[in-house]
Design a protein around this ligand. Structure first.
Ligand SMILES: Nc1ncnc2c1ncn2[C@@H]1O[C@H](COP(=O)(O)OP(=O)(O)O)[C@@H](O)[C@H]1O
Ligand SMILES: [Mg+2]
Length: 237
């Protein structure tokens, strides 16, 4: 198998006297889609921030191959005074690549909205902009922290499909935090079920189904039972 894009051996992450994460070992390979599924407060966002290099205070080692990661947050975090186009390109620099931005706007389904301001966008559209902004720097890995939690169920399904198409087209890996079992199983090659604090990876579910997947696939339903059983046994639900 190819070299992993990233590998973390996290021995411990504490905030003050509280140990949030311990013994979390995780590898992400090129083009893999991996979800972290776990209860609120178990340290999912913290783990993603460590992987992103945003949080440097931890015990353990992080190896990231050359090639950038980009982050998509739960809220789109757009600059309200910048247009869609500027929001996507400006994080890079003032002289951003307009042709590349235009292509990304098309790919995320926002043709015609390049000059719109964020206030003119629905929540789902704003999150499309955030994804395009993540792709702008041509990362090898997109880290997503509950990216679709704030949108309605049908929009969410559309965004999930969009995300898979983009990951395929740009040949990137996804590491995604969610507390939605269906979302994790539908999107991922592997679902990592996390414990309550102090958290580690409790179980790994392999989802060996080709894409595009069918949400009604009985195999997904079977895996959901497995995931729910695990979450129940961990007293998470
Ligand atoms: N900067 C911080 N300072 C202190 N405690 C924090 C900080 N960030 C997160 N925590 C605590 O660490 C735990 C894990 O947080 P977080 O990673 O946000 O969990 P999750 O994303 O799984 O809901 C929580 O108990 C949270 O209160
Ligand atoms: Mg979180």
């Amino acid at each position: 198998m190819a070299e992993p894009l990233l590998e973390i051996h996290l021995e411990r992450k504490t905030f003050g006297d509280t140990t949030v994460l311990q013994n979390v070992h995780l590898q992400l390979h090129p083009r893999e889609v991996v979800s972290l599924l776990g209860p609120s407060g178990c340290g999912k966002s913290t783990l993603l921030r460590i992987v992103a290099g945003l949080e440097k205070d931890f015990e353990g080692t992080l190896h990231r191959a050359a090639g950038d990661v980009a982050f998509v947050f739960q809220e789109p975090r757009l600059m309200p005074w910048l247009t869609v186009e500027q929001n996507i390109g400006f994080s890079d620099d003032r002289h951003y690549d307009k042709a590349w931005v235009a292509q990304l706007i098309d790919e995320v389904g926002l043709s015609g909205f390049a000059q719109a301001l964020p206030k003119a966008l629905s929540g789902g559209m704003a999150q499309r902009v955030a994804i395009a902004r993540g792709l702008y720097s041509r990362p090898q890995t997109l880290l997503l922290d509950e990216p679709f939690s704030a949108v309605d169920a049908f929009t969410r399904m559309k965004l999930q499909d969009l995300l898979l198409q983009l990951a395929e087209h740009h040949a990137i890996a996804l590491l995604l935090v969610t507390h939605d079992v269906d979302e994790a199983l539908y999107l991922s090659d592997r679902v990592l079920v996390m414990d309550n604090r102090p958290s580690s990876i409790r179980q790994t579910l392999q989802v060996e189904l080709d894409h595009p997947r069918d949400r009604r696939d009985p195999q997904l339903a079977r895996l959901k039972i497995e995931a729910l059983t695990e979450l129940h046994q961990a007293h998470i639900i």
